[in-house]
Design a protein around this ligand. Structure first.
Ligand SMILES: NC(=O)c1ccc[n+]([C@@H]2O[C@H](COP(=O)([O-])OP(=O)(O)OC[C@H]3O[C@@H](n4cnc5c(N)ncnc54)[C@H](OP(=O)(O)O)[C@@H]3O)[C@@H](O)[C@H]2O)c1
Length: 267
């Protein structure tokens, strides 16, 4: 086996992160849930963290009493708000080493009863706002020659699922986008991550009216994300058992996959 192939098969996809002390992290979608827990865990580990979302009061609670933190409130669906938010973060942290893009909305819907306004709003926040971030962050990271970009996807990206016709499609778009980014940016010295959570008990998932297999708490999700970043994974998927099972199902032939998913979801 050639050296290049061996390292492609066994090497890390991103460099390991040994130490968070002083690392400058911007988390968009950090006023609650996974983003808030990740911010707190990274602050505990010594990182300098800027938290963003629309609700300033909630952001301030997340970083209350933390010296190395900054709350930058803005609406990620407002194109005009991104440049000033980015400048506030760069000025406040003195630069950015890692951006985590997790602001999203979840609109369960059936294909025979959906609201096009919710489709547009979901794609605008979950997908288009990520491009708004990339337009600012990628040139910045390329100019400094290092840094990372993490997109928060979902295991709902792996396969079509009942009532996921809006949300699942937005997350599938991010999955493809993360791979395109990795292809282009890893050879230019940047790290790219795709975070694929299973079910996590947050305000977003609280609308689910079914038992959520493998449900994690936000701090548990944050611990998985930090471990994946530290290990230099590309995809950070959790919890391993449930998320791994969904990934496995997604690789089955369509006939078998649809049959199994009908059985498993009862829909
Ligand atoms: N919970 C799960 O089971 C689960 C599973 C898979 C993937 N995920 C993904 O994990 C990420 C975090 O979700 P979560 O479960 O932690 O939900 P969450 O607690 O509802 O967090 C969503 C975050 O997005 C922010 N946000 C919403 N609209 C925004 C806007 N227009 N501009 C700026 N920020 C906005 C919210 O803050 P404001 O309301 O203050 O703006 C909040 O901080 C999402 O990408 C979600 O799709 C979650």
């Amino acid at each position: 086996m050639t050296c290049g192939l061996r390292s492609a098969l066994t090497g890390r996809l991103n460099p390991a992160i040994a130490d968070w002390a002083g690392r400058r992290v911007w988390i968009v979608g950090a006023s609650s849930g996974i983003g808030a827990a990740l911010a707190q865990a990274l602050l505990d580990a010594g990182a300098h963290v800027a938290v963003s979302a629309r609700r300033l009061d909630a952001l301030e609670q997340v970083v209350a009493g933390r010296k190395a933190a900054l709350a930058v409130d803005f609406d990620a669906t407002d194109p005009a708000a991104w440049p000033s938010a980015f400048e506030r973060v760069v000025a406040g942290l003195g630069g950015i080493d890692l951006v985590v893009l997790g602001a999203a909305r979840y609109e369960p819907a059936h294909s025979w009863d959906f609201d096009i306004a919710k489709v547009e709003a979901s794609f605008d926040l979950n997908v288009v706002s990520v491009y708004r971030a990339l337009a600012l962050v990628v040139p910045h990271l390329l100019a400094q020659g290092h840094g990372g970009i993490a997109l928060v996807g979902s295991i709902a990206a792996y396969t079509g699922l009942p009532r996921a016709m809006i949300y699942g499609a937005t997350k599938a778009a991010l999955r493809n986008l993360a791979e395109s980014l990795y292809f282009e940016l890893e050879p230019r010295g940047l790290s790219v991550y795709l975070i694929s959570p299973g079910f996590v008990a947050t305000p977003m998932s609280s609308v689910n009216d079914f038992p959520m297999p493998g449900l994690l708490t936000p701090p548990q999700a944050a611990a998985h994300i930090i471990e994946g970043l530290e290990r230099g994974r590309f995809e950070i998927r959790f919890p391993r058992g449930f998320a791994g099972a969904v990934k496995w199902v997604s690789r089955l032939p369509e006939r078998l996959r649809f049959w199994l998913l009908h059985k498993a979801t009862g829909m």
